[in-house]
Ligand binder design. Structure first.
Ligand SMILES: [Zn+2]
Length: 311
């Protein structure tokens, strides 16, 4: 059955790119609502933005949604991943600013906040999107693929010139609470050289190395109390991919493979999936299918605490 939140959950913080303070309130929503955002700081016009692939505005560094009225919300990927990874199918995400708070750079504070309050089970079955045909998109040496599968699997390969990152690969079946256990605490990262470029372009203004982002510089790592996983960067790319794929409009049943892919390419992949005849179908999940969805089998004690585990 579909889930929503048992009660509202509030998060305070700053936007990673805007640097602006923001309050985010996750509110319960009825079956069939899906996930949508609302800008409470804007009084006129339509301030609701559905969390859907066709609302994505092309950006390289984060996922930004925009509605017909031009109302935007940026950096939605980490809260979308948390909602998908916890099995929350319906919620209204209120924001009093243009960007989701970055918190610690990961989805773990959102996962802990959501699961502490608990979920409310609704009476309608989950509607998911099942990949039926392989779809691949490529751009500038990056590649993203969706393959048919009976479950949600995310596979990622990265290759960075910073020696402290290098080549990393990981593949994970997202049932049995795997998102919360394996991915949710991995943080946003970038190279030192990117920081100056971003800030010169008015981005990453709220970024604090070690506090809400990891900054790699060759062999050097600015990560606060240490990395949370030896392969934290590839895990964060998988977290981003889950959040971006959640913009399908419901759980996506298929095997995603990202090779140096980013937000824009994953969105192009979803656009291609929905534009290709016979490549995807909407399915009402039976019990066996529902048991394989992300969020099933999540155990509170397996949600990571804020303690870093790798020196
Ligand atoms: Zn991210």
């Amino acid at each position: 059955m579909q889930n929503t939140l048992k009660t509202s959950v509030t998060f305070d913080g700053v936007g990673l790119h805007s640097g602006l303070p923001v309050k985010m309130i996750l509110r319960p929503a009825p079956a069939g609502h899906g996930i949508s955002f609302q800008r409470t700081d804007i009084e006129l016009g339509n301030t609701i933005i559905p969390a859907r692939w066709d609302m994505v505005e092309r950006t390289a560094l984060c996922t930004r949604l925009v509605n017909e009225a031009g109302v935007v919300v940026s950096t939605v990927e980490h809260i979308m991943a948390a909602l998908a990874g916890c099995g929350v199918h319906n919620a209204l995400v209120e924001l009093d600013g243009p960007e989701v708070p970055i918190v610690d750079g990961s989805s773990a504070p959102f996962v802990r906040g959501i699961m502490k309050q608990g979920l409310h089970r609704l009476t309608d079955p989950v509607v998911a999107y099942e990949v039926l045909k392989p779809i691949t998109v490529e751009h500038n040496g990056a590649k993203a693929t969706l393959l048919p599968s009976d479950r949600t699997r995310i596979e990622f390969h990265i290759d960075f010139t910073d020696e402290a990152i290098g080549r990393q690969s990981k593949s994970l079946d997202l049932r049995n609470g795997a998102f919360a256990r394996e991915l949710c605490d991995s943080r946003t990262f970038c190279s030192r050289s990117d920081v100056e470029t971003m800030q010169a372009n008015g981005l990453a203004l709220g970024g604090v190395p070690g506090e809400n982002a990891i900054v790699f510089d060759g062999k050097t790592v600015e990560s606060g109390t240490g990395l949370r996983h030896e392969d934290e960067p590839v895990r964060h790319k998988m977290l981003d991919a889950l959040g971006d794929l959640a913009l399908a409009g419901g759980p996506l049943i298929g095997h995603y493979v990202g090779e140096r892919a980013g937000h824009a390419l994953t969105n192009t992949l979803l656009r291609e999936l929905f534009a290709t005849p016979g490549a995807v179908r909407e399915v009402t999940c039976d019990l066996a299918m529902a048991m394989r969805l992300p969020g099933q089998g999540l155990i509170w004690s397996e949600i990571p605490t804020e303690v870093a585990r790798v020196a």
